[in-house]
Design a protein around this ligand. Structure first.
Ligand code: C5P
Length: 232
């Protein structure tokens, strides 16, 4: 049984949330770390549920926390919760497996991007709806980027005008994501990478600074400040 949010919606959102969050320091699975008194996952799922196109949400939780995550999210919105895997890609694959075939659009969204605005979810979904097989939100790179040797010797300066920093949600036609996952061999850090390997064109749409990935301790401070003073 999969929990349904909005029967008229045409989008399933997969939320891989089974990572350990080692870079955030000690303190349990990252998705369950508190931001302004609530787990990151709650912030993320609340914003996903506010996007009108979303029919269903599938969360991949740490295997030991499936029941707790289900109880945590049920008061907020209907969700299906599955046990995640050892790699992010496996967690996404397990969540994808419970999406019914009649849902045409699937988005994959990291729980760590807890403050992603519902508008960004809609903008990615609408580009897929318009016929793009794979869509990613991106931002221009602001730093100068150097290529360096392992010893720290600069080998060259990369032309940053052609570079993009990639966020989630990443959106796909359902069958495109399913085929890309079925064909996957080595684990990648994002789903668009799988589509690229399968020769699928991937389109960029403008991302949002609010969709920052909460990875290191400073990111939590920035996210708390955004919640306190930002456009929420
Ligand atoms: O490790 P990274 O920051 O790239 O993880 C991105 C997202 O993937 C996080 O939301 C994390 O919880 C999730 N993840 C997962 N299963 C894993 C590893 C990461 O669902 N085995």
């Amino acid at each position: 049984m999969t929990a349904q949010l909005n029967a008229r919606g045409d989008v399933a959102v997969l939320v891989p949330a089974a990572g350990a969050g080692v870079r955030l320091g000690p303190g349990g699975p990252k998705a369950l770390r508190l931001l302004a008194g609530e787990p990151l996952l709650v912030h993320a799922v609340r914003r996903v549920a506010a996007a009108p196109s979303v029919r269903m949400i599938v969360v991949a939780a740490p295997a030991a926390d499936v029941e707790a995550v289900s109880e945590l999210l049920t008061p907020i919105t209907p969700v299906s919760v599955v046990a995640g895997g050892a790699e992010r890609q496996e967690s996404v694959g397990r969540a994808l497996a419970v999406v019914p075939a009649d849902v045409p659009i699937v988005l994959v969204h990291d729980a760590a991007r807890a403050l992603t605005p519902p508008d960004l979810i809609e903008s990615v979904a609408s580009a897929v709806r318009a016929g793009r097989p794979a869509v990613i939100p991106t931002l221009p790179v602001v730093d100068t980027i150097k290529e360096a040797s392992p010893e720290g010797l600069v080998l060259g300066t990369v032309d940053r005008s052609v570079l993009r920093s990639v966020q989630t949600p990443q959106g796909f036609q359902h069958q495109v994501l399913a085929a890309a996952h079925a064909a996957a061999s080595d684990p990648l850090t994002d789903d668009a990478g799988l589509a690229e390997k399968a020769g699928i064109p991937v389109t960029c749409v403008l991302g949002s600074e609010l969709a920052l990935k909460i990875t290191r301790p400073l990111d939590l401070v920035i996210a708390e400040a955004l919640l306190a003073h930002g456009p929420f």
